[in-house]
Write a protein that binds this ligand. Structure first.
Ligand SMILES: Cc1cc2nc3c(=O)[nH]c(=O)nc-3n(C[C@H](O)[C@H](O)[C@H](O)COP(=O)(O)OP(=O)(O)OC[C@H]3O[C@@H](n4cnc5c(N)ncnc54)[C@H](O)[C@@H]3O)c2cc1C
Length: 404
């Protein structure tokens, strides 16, 4: 039954509540640690068996991708229904059933630029978490200047042949497939790039995890030596990949700001205040003891509120059919700043508890915050650095001329 009229939303909410009551296992309504996060794919182990059940049930309804078209296995919900679904999931503290580059960035781009055969082949597996994707964009000499990429893709008649190297490929060693930018014409910059897909188990693909000072990391170097790729795995036109690459970055920026940093729902600010009260203490009026910290937390809360309203405005504009593409850069920039500020304040409130990294001497929650604080440093780099996003805002939103 379609739910178009606003009054139908109440009916929809009731149905969602009933369904969640019956289908969301109790252990999926508790906070999860990093090693319990489900990424899906061939190697997924499901530390908690109930997370498998939860994923399967949500995917069966298309609710891992609630707004994607039903014909490819999505939920087919409109924006209002998605909002209701998210509200109901938050209400019971339901875990996100599937973390996925496929859901966040590759799938939306494929829905826009892929042909029918590609959508039918790849989208259902993304929704069900059967295929885990990684992103082959950055190269040693092409990060912010992404269009400078050199990984070569040659047309060999019945297939393409790929040679080159990528870097900072998050989870490449865990992923099943890669969506990859390659150079199909070395004589032109932006117009010589194509967007191609291939299996990470293809002959000639090698991944080397990058070890960081803090230990192992999700980053990899990825090498391609004479990798043969069937021709039907090129998305869009040969040399037409830059348009897809940019659009995918918009999806990436929107999704990491709206959900990846976990700040868009505004809950971060509230958590921070409660959290600081616990660790720093309160006066007889229940106010945070440290007046200076109290002021900075209030500033942060105002920023978070303004951010939430900006996200909402952008969503309303999109709903009204207005072009909002470059707003993703404003939101990504602001979300990165907000998340980093939040963890700086949290670490300050933690005091010496925030020194813990591993071992029994420190509280589990404090260790998670310390790790999240360190991880937040990457927010202003991943998906386009803050400087680059500010450049986009200056040029494309404010219409300023480039500095000569
Ligand atoms: C957590 C994380 C996950 C990532 N995951 C992936 C992934 O899965 N796949 C992938 O392909 N890549 C990934 N990356 C790489 C990321 O996209 C790049 O690091 C990023 O695009 C910056 O490129 P770079 O590191 O080469 O820095 P550079 O481009 O060398 O930039 C260095 C510094 O110079 C500044 N700068 C550069 N050009 C300008 C300019 N024109 N104006 C002003 N300042 C400028 C930058 O802002 C930055 O501060 C990830 C990065 C992080 C941190």
């Amino acid at each position: 039954m379609p739910y178009d009229a606003p009054s139908d939303l109440d009916t929809f909410r009731e149905e969602v509540r009933d369904w969640l009551e019956e289908n969301c296992p109790p252990s999926m309504r508790t906070p999860q640690t990093e090693d319990e996060v489900v990424w899906g794919g061939r190697r997924e182990k499901f530390k908690n068996p109930e997370s498998k059940v939860w994923l399967e049930r949500m995917a069966e309804r298309g609710w891992t991708a609630p707004h994607w078209p039903k014909e490819y296995g999505g939920g087919g919900l409109n924006r209002d229904q998605v909002k209701v679904l998210n509200q109901e999931l938050s209400r019971i503290n339901a875990r996100i059933p599937l973390h996925s580059f496929g859901l966040w960035m590759f799938g939306p781009a494929l829905l826009e630029f892929g042909n029918e055969e590609q959508k039918k082949r790849f989208i259902p597996d993304i929704i069900h978490g059967r295929t885990r994707w990684c992103q082959g964009y950055s190269e040693p000499g092409a990060g912010s200047d992404l269009a400078g990429l050199q990984t070569k893709c040659e047309d060999k008649g019945d297939h393409y042949l790929i040679n080159g190297q990528k870097v900072w490929t998050s989870y490449a060693d865990q992923a099943d497939w890669i969506f990859c930018l390659v150079r199909t014409d070395p004589t032109v910059k932006h117009e010589g790039i194509s967007f191609i897909l291939f299996d990470m188990e293809s002959e000639g693909v090698e991944t080397r995890p990058i070890k960081l000072i803090s230990g192992s990391s999700p980053f990899c170097e990825t090498f391609f030596s004479d990798v043969k790729v069937p021709k039907d795995q090129l998305v869009g036109e040969v040399n037409g990949g830059w348009k897809i690459a940019k659009r995918l970055l918009q999806f990436e920026r929107s999704s990491i700001s709206a959900s990846g940093f976990g700040a868009a729902r505004g809950s971060g600010a509230l958590e921070l205040e409660d959290y600081a009260k616990i660790h720093v203490g309160t006066d007889s009026d229940g106010k945070l003891l440290d007046g200076d910290l109290r002021g900075r937390i209030a500033d942060h809360q105002m920023y978070a509120k303004a951010f939430g309203l900006t996200v909402r405005r952008s969503q309303e504009q999109a709903k009204a059919g207005q072009e909002v593409g470059h707003t993703a850069s404003i939101i990504k920039y602001a979300a990165a700043k907000m998340n980093q500020d939040k963890y700086e304040l949290m670490i300050e409130a933690l005091g010496t508890e925030g020194l813990g990294w591993e071992g029994e001497g420190f509280d589990k929650g404090a260790k998670m915050i310390t790790r999240a604080w360190l991880r937040s440093k990457g927010n202003s780099i991943e998906g386009g650095t803050s400087e680059i996003n500010l450049n986009v805002v200056a040029k494309r939103v404010l219409g300023l001329r480039e500095h000569q």
